[in-house]
Design a protein around this ligand. Structure first.
Ligand code: NAD
Length: 355
């Protein structure tokens, strides 16, 4: 057996339909008395619902979260938290809102109670991102890991089908890459396999019937496990390519993940044969070489765009992305090979299945 290190990350997780109603109790358990409630402008109504649940424990709603956490937005939010005498933040929303909570926690140390409403998984990670002068910097700091996370699948009913599908495949990418991470360990491997199974089984149900409580619950359960994977072990070629596509070409985060994942998994089919066999079994297959095609078929079933061209990558994008990725590669079980990566991205750009 290979040696391993497992570092547990402590947080309290409450999962269940309607659990938003327990938020005041959870705040008490955290020892907090005045919460600043963070949302995007679009989800302000949810913030107001939380304020009603918290009553006098609410310091106010701050509906200013936006994509990629610009430093000015983070600074203004921190000042508002101090002005209102908040002793914790409730971040209710997707990765952008939780990211704002993390930016506040990073400097003020205020604890975060997160209520995720997408499948992005940020709530389970000590990773933060901040954007200054159009450059996004990321880092790890245990202070930004939410202390309590309340998963209420009912809140995901309003997530539009197309976003649910891509966000779910974004979660899938965390779980798939965790299987062949450099610092993979047995606990995370179990979680990754279970996450892949839960997401593959539930996402078609979410897309076919977005109101289905069981599918919505299982998808959020899979996303929770995927978030733990992302927070616990290092990611590989797939994440490197998606960061490049997002950073250089401004491609939409979750969609880029969904389109690239079948190709990236296929790229690693021989170098990570044993880990990918686990993924294959969770997807209903047997062999590592089936993972890419099975993920591609799942994307098709979920109505996700097949090609990087469709989501905005210009024709020269595959070649440029391959050069940038190879100039500062992440660990990957198969070395970064510029020609092979470009060929793979050309197929992804054209919307062809992995080969
Ligand atoms: P998002 O938070 O940007 O949300 C997208 C939009 O959907 C927003 O307008 C939001 O208000 C809306 N929305 C969210 N939940 C909804 C719901 N249930 N119903 C209706 N509308 C809803 O999107 P995201 O994909 O969750 O997060 C992406 C961001 O998170 C990226 O910036 C990414 O880098 C970051 N992220 C960070 C980590 C980390 O560990 N730090 C992990 C994953 C993602």
């Amino acid at each position: 057996m290979n040696p391993f290190i497992y570092q547990g990350l402590a947080s309290r997780v409450v999962f269940g339909w309607g659990k938003l109603e327990t938020l005041a109790e959870e705040l008490d358990k955290l020892g907090a008395r005045r919460a600043l409630i963070l949302t995007t402008p679009e989800q302000r109504h949810l913030g107001e619902r939380v304020a009603a649940i918290l009553g006098e424990r609410s310091a106010g709603v701050y509906p200013q979260a936006v994509m990629h956490v610009p430093v000015e937005v983070a600074r203004a939010a921190r000042e508002e938290a101090a002005r209102l005498g908040a002793d914790c933040c409730v971040a209710i929303g997707g990765g952008s809102t939780i990211g704002l909570g993390k930016a506040i926690a990073l400097e003020s140390g205020l604890p975060i109670l997160a209520v995720p409403t997408t499948y992005a998984g940020s709530e389970m990670t000590p990773i933060y991102g901040l954007t200054e002068n159009r450059l996004k910097k990321t880092g790890r700091d245990i202070r930004v890991l939410p202390k309590t996370v309340v998963y209420d699948p009912q809140l995901t009913l309003s997530l539009p089908t197309a976003i649910s599908a891509c966000s779910g495949m974004n979660a899938m990418a965390h779980a798939v890459e965790a299987l062949y991470a450099q610092d993979a360990n047995p606990i995370i491997t179990l979680m990754a396999e279970e996450s892949i199974r839960a997401l593959a089984e539930s996402l078609p149900g979410v897309v076919a019937n977005p109101e289905d409580a069981e599918s919505r619950s299982r998808a959020l359960y899979g996303a929770w496990l995927a978030g733990i994977c992302l927070g616990s072990v290092g990611m590989a070629i797939h994440h490197k390519l998606c960061h490049t596509l997002g950073g250089t070409f401004n491609l939409p985060h979750a969609q880029a993940h969904a389109v690239v994942l079948p190709h990236a998994a296929h790229y690693n089919r021989e170098a990570a044969a044993e880990p990918l066999r686990r993924a294959a079994r969770a997807l209903g297959g047997q062999e590592a070489s089936e993972v890419g095609p099975l993920l591609f078929a799942l994307n098709r079933k979920l109505g996700i765009p097949a090609s990087l061209g469709e989501i905005g990558l210009p024709e020269e994008g595959p070649a440029e992305t391959a050069v940038i990725a190879c100039s500062s590669p992440y660990y990957n079980p198969r070395p970064f090979e510029q020609d092979a990566i470009e060929a793979m991205l050309v197929r992804a750009w054209q919307g062809l299945p992995p080969a």
